[in-house]
Design a protein around this ligand. Sequence first.
Ligand SMILES: [Zn+2]
Length: 344
Amino acid sequence: MNGMTFRIGAIAGVPVHFSIWYLILMVFFVQDMGGPVEMVLFGIAMTVSLLVHEMGHAMVAKWQGLDPSVTLHGMGGHCTHLPASSAKRDAVLVAAGPGAGLALGLFAGAILLVVDNAGAPMPYVADQFLTYMLWIGIVWSIFNLLPIFPLDGGKLTRLALLGVFGPKSGHKIAHISSLVFCAGALAMAIVTKQIFVGLIVAYFAYQNWQLLQAGADVFGGGRARRQPDPQAAALLLQAEDALEDGDHKEAQRLAYVARSMSGTTDQMEAHAWEIVCIAAQRFGQPSECERLASRATQTPRLLESLILCALARGDRSTALGLTQNSNFNKLPAQARQDLKARIG
Ligand SMILES: [Zn+2]
């Protein structure tokens, strides 16, 4: 879901992105709202509530100097940022989202109550809007606090388990318990015929399963100098997806975040640099690509990027020299042919 995302601006210095999938999510929720007025009001209330939730995370991340960015997408929203420097700080950051969402909902409820007590008539539109804000604030915050990773409740549970059992066992217990709660939530979604919730929970289950596998991979080897973090491995996978989708900025951003995590092995770090370099070349920053290339895993596709960088500078002799690299012959025949044609 990394493609089809566009930046719409910034709130308090935090970049805000919208995915086309968010519109689909909104249409899904809005369609049962009765009239067009209710649909518009609900759409606005939902967007404001989600933004306030994500901005709750983002403001704490900004305060901690973690370069946050917010995206509304097909499953709600997320706030990406550099990793917090301690588990305690991370917990504050995670709790700030549902905290802000709940506060907004209760604030809307308080206005309704005060106006009602004063006996003053409230215009229908305002009344309806505040009612939606109240319910979305409460329901979304409670859903988010379920102990299922990657929901906020699941993240807080994971942090606590890592603290108690250490990285290896904590990781395992966190994602196994998430899977157990997913099974429960899935059963409830099926019984109550909440197809959409069911699909989201099924996707969460899949993510937890993947993270369990990633954990088995990184912890299984035991050769790493540092304790590797499966989250960093998962981020690299996401960065690869973004690169494939043509969302180069997002690929580079995710690779930077993965690289900066404390549990990144040398191998993962070189992989992250490789993505950063290729993405830089593809969005038209050849000098950036060439500058960082020595830190990256030397792969055929990186070589291809470096040849294109040299060509972008009009430096044919360097490009020609790079074709002597052994990785050149590992490129697909079509790619080799295209490059040779461009070098001339
Ligand atoms: Zn959140």
